[in-house]
Design a protein around this ligand. Structure first.
Ligand code: ADP
Ligand code: MG
Ligand code: ZN
Length: 474
């Protein structure tokens, strides 16, 4: 019999805020040592009260708008009670009864077609701390305690591991471009709920939940393993399937039972009376909408229409900084397709030489546009443009000034090119002889000598063509 996979995801995303969700401590990414971003509130000292971080609400609403959710105008917090050493209050502040966003939808495109994944809800909550085990001791680090999270819960709408990974990549690029989260390693964690059912069946099978997965590769492997385990259990009655929480072990590629699934009652949820309900009025909602960056899909279409390649679009949109640089440079009159290449190839190449990446790039759209336009208008050639770019990125040079001071914008007339070529030919009789003897590569040395003499001025294509002509005349 053929079986269909049914998967629902609960994805936790750490928000990029300056401070934690209920106190003014910096986020754990600001920490240098264990427990250096900790105060009486987030370490659970008796009598301390939480104070809501407004930015968390704004980012959660922005995420909800990106995922086509309804935004709740009245949203409240609840206490979820459980005891564990990484949770100093013995309860987590989360949202149960009135989550901030509900009923969203996001489309996921794979080689099998497009599927709409319904978003059940998005809620805000605080993260727990971390236990660090070493030697005979276990240590607790509260830096991550009360770091803001959103949890995005989907309906059981995925039908393959490929759809799951595509969805997660889409969330990641949306959240990066929207300034919601950089989604670095560990800042995006998933609980994967899996069941299988005979193809054509309307009923859901018994589900298991694999907790706390952060590598997409591992998620894919875990789904394959776990769904096969379900199918075997049903087909061959190898074991009885029970609803439970499992963990995935990367080394063996298998999942193991952790505990029976807790129910809501196990957590003794109750409203958190220390936090006022949050009311999102029209004015605030409009303000958040106005500040929301364009949806990734819209943007991608806009770039595609401007002739930028699919791979380049993906790279640009994965970073809010690069998206803004591209948009601003285009707004200043540079060609979109050229600009994408200048950023992703030229700028990236210059940074790579110093062991840096595009995330270290600091060039203003004004300088970048100036360089690209000089090349586009033929004021300087592509090679000189690159030289100017290097000077701007490495030394903070002014493009126009650097160009003038180094004579790069000199329109080179053909008589000057000719005389440089003639000199090069005279100075390299061996290369000329080799060329005439059939070693066409020998022309490279002469070309190099001419380029050096012209200091990058003049169009390389013109110089090359003229040089070939003259060599043939020898
Ligand atoms: P609970 O309250 O027990 O956590 P939820 O209704 O919140 O259950 O669902 C948790 C997640 O499990 C959701 O992402 C949902 O889509 C998914 N889910 C629910 N039923 C199934 C099923 N039969 N197979 C796979 N996933 C499921
Ligand atoms: Mg749940
Ligand atoms: Zn604190």
């Amino acid at each position: 019999m053929n079986y269909e996979l049914v998967i629902g995801l609960e994805t936790h995303v750490e928000l990029d805020t300056k401070s934690k969700i209920f106190c003014s401590c910096g986020g754990h990414s600001a920490a240098n040592e264990p427990n250096d971003c900790v105060c009486p509130a987030c370490s659970g000292m008796p009598g301390m009260l939480p104070v809501m971080n407004k930015r968390v609400v704004e980012l959660a609403v922005t995420a909800g708008l990106m995922l086509n959710c309804e935004i709740s105008r009245y949203t409240t917090f609840d206490k979820k009670n459980y005891y564990y050493p990484d949770l100093p209050c013995a309860y987590q502040i989360t949202q149960l009864n009135h989550p901030i966003c509900t009923n969203g939808c996001v489309s996921v495109k794979t080689s099998d077609g497009t599927r709409d994944i319904r978003i059940k809800q998005i809620h805000m909550e605080e993260d727990a701390g971390k236990l660090v085990h070493g030697g005979n001791h276990s240590y607790v680090d509260f830096n991550r305690t009360s770091v803001p999270l959103i949890e995005i819960v989907t309906q059981p709408d995925f039908r393959s591991a490929q759809e799951v990974v595509t969805y997660l990549n889409k969330l990641k690029s949306m959240f990066r471009s929207g300034g919601i989260s950089e989604c670095e390693e560990g800042a995006m964690r998933c609980d994967v709920n899996i069941s299988v059912r005979p193809e054509g069946s309307e009923e859901f099978g018994v589900r298991t939940e694999i907790k706390n997965m952060s590598s997409f590769e591992a998620i894919e492997k875990a789904i394959h393993y776990e769904s096969q385990r379900h199918i075997d259990a049903i087909e061959f009655e190898t074991e009885e399937l029970v609803q439970e929480t499992r963990r995935y072990d990367d080394a063996s590629g298998k999942t193991f039972a952790m505990r029976n699934k807790e129910t809501e009652a196990d957590y003794r949820y109750f409203p958190d009376a220390n936090l006022m309900p949050i009311i999102i009025d029209d004015e605030w909602l409009e303000e958040i909408k106005a500040n929301k960056p364009a949806a990734v899909d819209e943007k991608a279409e806009e770039y595609m229409a401007a002739g930028i390649g699919e791979e380049e679009i993906e790279m640009i949109l994965s970073s809010q900084k690069l998206t803004k640089l591209l948009d601003d440079t285009i707004a200043l009159g540079a060609n979109p397709k050229d600009t994408a290449i200048w950023i992703l190839t030229d700028c990236a190449g210059i940074l790579r030489k110093d062991g840096k990446t595009l995330s270290d790039l600091s060039i203003s759209s004004k300088d970048l546009a100036a360089i690209i336009k000089m090349v586009e208008s033929g004021t300087v050639n592509r090679i000189s443009g690159k030289k100017i770019l290097i000077a701007v990125i490495e030394d903070g040079a002014d493009p126009e000034k650097f160009c003038k001071e180094n004579g790069l914008d000199k329109k080179v007339d053909t008589s000057m090119i000719d005389s440089v070529i003639d000199e090069a030919i005279k100075a390299n009789p061996q290369a000329v002889a080799d060329f005439k003897g059939g070693k066409t590569k020998a022309i490279q040395a002469l070309f190099g000598a001419c380029m050096k003499q012209l200091k990058g001025a003049g169009d390389p294509m013109v110089i090359k063509a003229r040089l070939e002509e003259k060599m043939k005349e020898q």
